[in-house]
Design a protein around this ligand. Structure first.
Ligand code: ADP
Ligand code: NA
Length: 332
């Protein structure tokens, strides 16, 4: 909320279950750090979520649960704007205008749409899914966003956002900031504990290798005890030969702030058992307070709604200002 700090926008899908350790170490830790010297806008994107069918009660609950985990992990309402997308109507309103500047062919070339619609078939595929990237452009452009943290899967959508911003500006006059991708300096990539060559993901086939923020600490410890390693005995970083051990070293380094060489030296000549136990302890120490705080926040839905309403009000103020400018330029 400090005008001199670069604006960062990031959206997260509401999820009924739990964030996992990959989301936490790979994304959320960065989001929390960005608060020190950026002006972050964090949005639970429930409008995006309904591009696939949702049960209304479950969606409402998932939205709260997701927001609660971000707050519990350190998203700070004094330094960030955290809100729910559907509570700020300007997102849908600007998306309509941007949709009229988006080519049908251009939208048809979005690979994520092509993949998802090919899987679902054209009758199950909604127009909402087709225009999803236009809504994402609206999310970003409403706030004079300079930086957008994006994974590989969102890169093409950010390119579309940049194209739409430029197109609007050249047709109607300088209005939007053209945002850049924010690539974190170094960000942990976490692998499945049972299948350490596969990225840890909520869509994992089995939960045994998926470490969840909302798991009971005893469950987390058990998942680490059962983590796949190898038949050797050396705690050594080697992604090719020792993916399981390397993943555990990355997790321990990320949770303790210690370097890999330092950790290799510490476990030199000791067995995997000690090492796995220490990784489990370090992760539990980080996640347990977040889980506890999330459960507290969920126990008082009225208070959580109040916090989200404050976020929505702040976001609306900024978004409405941009929307009024856009409407004026367009001739409304
Ligand atoms: P998932 O892959 O489980 O579906 P999402 O696609 O919802 O997770 O990702 C949410 C955020 O978490 C993104 O910023 C993504 O880059 C990050 N993320 C997801 N999985 C991992 C992982 N295994 N390691 C590091 N970061 C991850
Ligand atoms: Na994903």
């Amino acid at each position: 909320m400090n005008a001199s700090r670069p604006v960062v926008f990031s959206g997260m899908q509401p999820s009924s279950d739990s964030l996992h350790l990959g989301n936490y170490l790979g994304a959320l830790v960065n989001w929390v750090a960005l608060q020190d010297d950026h002006d972050p806008i964090y949005c639970v994107v429930d409008l995006h979520a309904i591009t696939v069918p949702q049960e209304p009660g479950a969606l409402r609950e998932a939205t709260r649960r997701t927001a609660a985990q971000y707050l519990a992990a350190g998203v700070d309402l004094d330094r960030s704007t955290l809100f729910v997308q559907s509570q700020v109507p300007a997102h849908a309103e600007l998306a309509w205008v941007l949709g009229t500047l988006t080519g049908f062919g251009e939208a048809s070339r979005m690979t994520q749409f092509k993949d998802k619609s090919a899987k679902q078939g054209t009758d199950a595929t909604t127009v909402g899914l087709f225009t999803y990237p236009v809504l994402m452009a609206s999310d970003i452009l409403l706030y004079d966003t300079q930086l957008v943290p994006v994974g590989d899967d969102q890169r093409q959508h950010l390119e579309l956002t940049r194209d739409l911003a430029g197109r609007f500006n050249s047709r109607f006059g300088e209005t939007f900031v053209v945002p850049e991708a924010l690539i974190p300096k170094e960000s942990a990539r976490i692998y499945d504990l049972q299948e350490p060559t596969a990225k840890m993901s909520k869509s994992a086939q089995s939960e045994a290798g998926l470490v969840k923020v909302m798991d009971d600490p005893a469950v987390t410890a058990k998942k680490f005890r059962s983590a796949v390693t190898d038949t050797g005995r050396e705690v050594r970083y080697d992604l090719r030969e020792k993916p399981g051990i390397s993943n555990l070293l990355d997790i321990l380094a990320a949770t303790t702030g210690r370097s890999i060489p330092e950790l290799e030296a510490e476990y030199d000549g000791r067995g995997y058992g000690d090492f796995k136990k220490d990784v489990a302890d370090a992760v539990v120490e980080r996640l347990a307070p977040i889980r506890t705080r999330t459960l507290e926040l969920l126990e008082d839905p009225a208070e959580l709604d109040r916090l989200l309403a404050i976020g929505a009000e702040r976001a609306s103020e900024r978004a409405e200002r941009m929307l009024r400018t856009v409407y004026d330029r367009v001739g409304f």
